[in-house]
Structures are given as structure tokens and as C-alpha cells.
Design a protein around this ligand. Structure first.
Ligand code: NAD
Ligand code: DAU
Length: 356
């Protein structure tokens, strides 16, 4: 069994679904079900004994210790976090609590658990920390992409809290020998992403005829990776990554935000033409995000060279799949907007244990 934290969120849920589609090793899923946690993402696992869900907080040391002792996972894959930059600007406290204190709590519980394992169980144990490229700060137009040795220079409360968590993970390896691995990935997109992030927000707003907000001049650049490719990278790092190492994960796919939004509009024009006119008419420039990082870019050669990982999707194929998914799953978006996904949780899960 593996313990996944944050497995009801966007990437965590995709990871759990992919993991159980690829094999039979069970998943213990610990998630606090904040606004970003949505068990409807895991509806297809209802009644599947391989998925054990526990609603709980990674800051709850006693709970984490009990889960480790009871379920004896061979690895922890740590996704749980506050993940949205704009929210971190308005309320940084939750980011420090979950991302810093929560990671610290998990590391301490993992260290206590791991230190009393013996033989192969101890040797094989892994703590994989899922992190972000935002810890490296911002790039100028001509700077080379981030490598694993780029100095940390986080600029938002979110990225600062993730940077702090990365440092804790590193220190627990160097000081205590905890067998850790860290991945630093670029912007993910795909099914089940909460519609506060750029891509699902633009799809949902366009279909609702609402403005498509572009921060600043729309020329900030991100590297985009399809979520399934990120999940595959995490599986590779877990299986064969070198202990104590960090791996950058990215799609070699830098694009300005405006181009992303125009691409989505064009796909929607094709799939669901709006009688009122092309969706681009809804593009609206709004006040920029404070401290908005100009450019992120990932040099993913280390994971490619060492582990043979490569993204399966190009942006053209991944964004087409993603737009198709949101069109086919408008109920999912509607439930998020109406808050009905919270009721779905109460109706379908008894708070703890396997889905009913
Ligand atoms: P998300 O916001 O969609 O999901 C986060 C999940 O963590 C939710 O299910 C939430 O309920 C849970 N959670 C939050 N606080 C918790 C707590 N205290 N205890 C237990 N569970 C808690 O996030 P995401 O986009 O899926 O990101 C997952 C991880 O990947 C994060 O660590 C994030 O920093 C990292 N990451 C995200 C991206 C991206 O583009 N989304 C890119 C690189 C790295
Ligand atoms: O780089 C990895 C990071 O990517 C992850 O660590 C974060 O968890 C994830 O949220 C994401 O951060 P970003 O801030 O890059 O993602 P977001 O979708 O919020 O914004 C993407 C870009 O689009 C960014 O330059 C801001 C811009 N934007 C965003 C929104 C929500 C807009 O122009 N308009 C918007 O309405």
C-alpha cells in the first residue's frame, strides 16, 4: 500500500486513478477535503476496496502516526497543499500552515515510522514530495530554463511556502537519512482541475458567456504539462529516482497566457460554436496579480536522461483532450460552482473509510 496525501485534489485524484488503473497496489488517501478536495473526482472508485479514503489533516500528527502504524505503507506520495497563488496573496496563513507545518508534521511522522522498520521494509521506504517550479522564482525572456541547481528565489506566499517545504524535505534526508525524493513540476492542466486555475476557468467562463480575465498584458509565460504526464513522472521517480535527489518535470512547452486563452477559444469555437460570435470576444484585460512572475521554464533533461520519462502529450493534443473533457463533464463544473460537490461527499462517503 502507498499513502497519498491530497488525493482528492486535482493532481492527487488523477494520480490515484492512474495508479489504480495501472496496478492493484492499494492507496490510502488522506485528504482534509478543503474547498479544493472533491471526492466526485474519485466517483469511479466507489466500492473499490483498493482505495481507502480518510478525511483528515496532514497537520494532525496523531492521526498520521496512527494511519502509518495501521496500514504500514511502503511509500508516502505527498500532494496535499494549498495550491492557488491568488489565494495565497489574500490569505497566506493557510499556506504556511498546510504547506510548511503540514509537511513538517508528515516528515516527523514518517521519520518515526521509518526508523523502526527493519530490513527490506526500511530500505524500500520512500517519501516523495510533490513540488513546483515556482520555487525558482521568475525568468527573463532570454534566461535559460530552471535546472535542479537553479537557486531558490520564491516570490509569492504560495511559492515561499512550497520552497520552505522543499527545504524541510531536503534537511530530513541529510540530517536523519529519511529516504526522500522531490519533484518540481510546471503548470499542470487536465481533467478535475478546480475552475479557479487559468485553463478550467477560461473554459467554464467561455461556456457561460462570462469575461475571460487576462492578468496584466497576458504575456506572462508558463510551461504547461498534461496532468497524466506529471503522474507518470511521479511514478517513475518513486520507482527509480535516486534518494535525496530532486527532479524537474516539465513539458518543453512555454506559452504566453494570451496564446493559451486564444487556443481554448478556438477549440470551443470548433466544438461548441456560440451564436453570439467567437469566444475571443470575451477576453478582458484585468489588473495584474501582485508580484506576478513573468516567466517559468523547465529544463527536464535530468528526469529524461536518468529515468527515461518523456511527456506523451503535446500541448496541442493535451489541450484538445482537456477541452473535450470539460465539455463532456459540465455537471462536474456545475457541481463545483453550486457547491453541490460538498453534498455529494456527505451523501457518498461516510467521512472515513472506503467509499460506500
Ligand atoms: P489542489 O489544490 O487541487 O489539491 C490539494 C488537495 O490537498 C485538496 O484535495 C485538499 O483538500 C488537500 N489538502 C489541503 N490542505 C490539506 C491538509 N491540511 N491536510 C490534508 N489535505 C489537504 O492542488 P493540485 O493542483 O492538485 O496540487 C497538488 C500538489 O502539486 C501541490 O503540492 C502543489 O503544490 C503541487 N503542484 C501543482 C501544480 C499545478 O499546476 N497544479 C504544479 C506543480 C506542483
Ligand atoms: O508552475 C506551477 C504552478 O502552476 C503550481 O505550483 C500552482 O499550484 C498552480 O496553481 C500554477 O500556478 P499559476 O499561478 O501559474 O497558475 P494559474 O492557473 O493561477 O495562472 C496561470 C497564469 O495565468 C498566471 O500567469 C496567471 C494567469 N491568470 C490566471 C488566472 C486564474 C490570468 O491571466 N487570469 C486568471 O484568471
Amino acid at each position: 500500500m502507498i499513502l497519498v496525501t491530497g488525493g482528492a485534489g486535482f493532481i492527487g485524484a488523477n494520480f490515484v486513478l492512474d495508479w489504480l488503473a495501472a496496478g492493484d497496489e492499494p492507496v490510502l488517501n488522506l485528504d482534509a477535503l478543503t474547498y479544493a478536495g472533491n471526492l466526485e473526482n474519485l466517483a469511479s472508485l466507489r466500492g473499490d476496496a483498493r482505495h481507502v479514503f480518510v478525511q483528515g489533516d496532514i497537520c494532525d500528527r496523531a492521526l498520521v502516526a496512527r494511519l502509518l502504524a495501521e496500514h504500514r505503507p511502503r511509500a508516502i506520495v505527498h500532494f496535499a497543499a494549498e495550491s492557488h497563488v491568488d489565494r495565497s496573496i489574500h490569505g497566506p496563513g493557510a499556506f504556511v500552515r498546510t504547506n510548511v507545518e503540514g509537511t513538517f508534521t508528515l516528515l516527523e511522522a514518517a521519520r518515526a515510522y521509518w526508523s523502526v522498520l527493519t530490513g527490506a521494509e526500511q530500505e524500500d521506504f520512500r517519501f516523495l514530495h510533490v513540488s513546483t517550479d515556482e520555487v525558482y522564482g521568475t525568468l527573463g525572456a532570454d534566461d535559460p530554463p530552471f535546472t535542479e541547481t537553479t537557486p531558490y528565489a520564491p516570490n509569492s506566499p504560495y511559492s515561499a511556502s512550497k520552497a520552505a517545504s522543499d527545504h524541510l524535505v531536503r534537511a530530513w534526508h541529510h540530517t536523519y537519512g529519511l529516504p526522500v525524493l522531490t519533484t518540481n513540476c510546471s503548470n499542470n492542466y487536465g481533467p478535475y482541475q478546480f475552475p479557479e486555475k487559468l485553463i478550467p476557468l477560461v473554459i467554464a467562463n467561455a461556456l457561460a458567456g462570462k469575461p475571460l480575465p487576462i492578468y496584466g498584458d497576458g504575456l506572462n509565460v508558463r510551461d504547461w504539462l498534461y496532468v497524466g504526464d506529471h503522474c507518470a513522472a511521479i511514478r517513475e521517480v518513486l520507482a527509480r529516482g535516486r534518494l535525496g535527489e530532486t527532479y524537474n518535470v516539465g513539458g518543453w512547452n512555454e506559452m504566453p497566457n494570451l496564446e493559451i486563452v486564444r487556443t481554448i477559444c478556438a477549440l470551443l469555437d470548433e466544438a461548441r460554436p456560440d451564436p453570439a460570435g467567437p469566444y475571443e470576444r470575451l477576453i478582458t484585460y484585468v489588473t495584474d496579480r501582485p508580484g506576478h512572475d513573468r516567466r517559468y521554464a523547465i529544463d527536464a533533461r535530468k528526469i529524461e536522461r536518468e529515468l527515461g520519462w518523456r511527456p506523451a502529450e503535446t500541448f496541442a493534443t493535451g489541450i484538445r483532450r482537456t477541452v473535450a473533457w470539460y465539455l463532456a463533464n459540465q455537471d462536474w463544473v456545475a457541481h463545483v460552482h453550486s457547491g453541490a460537490y460538498r453534498e455529494w461527499i456527505t451523501a457518498n462517503y461516510a467521512g472515513r473509510g472506503a467509499p460506500a
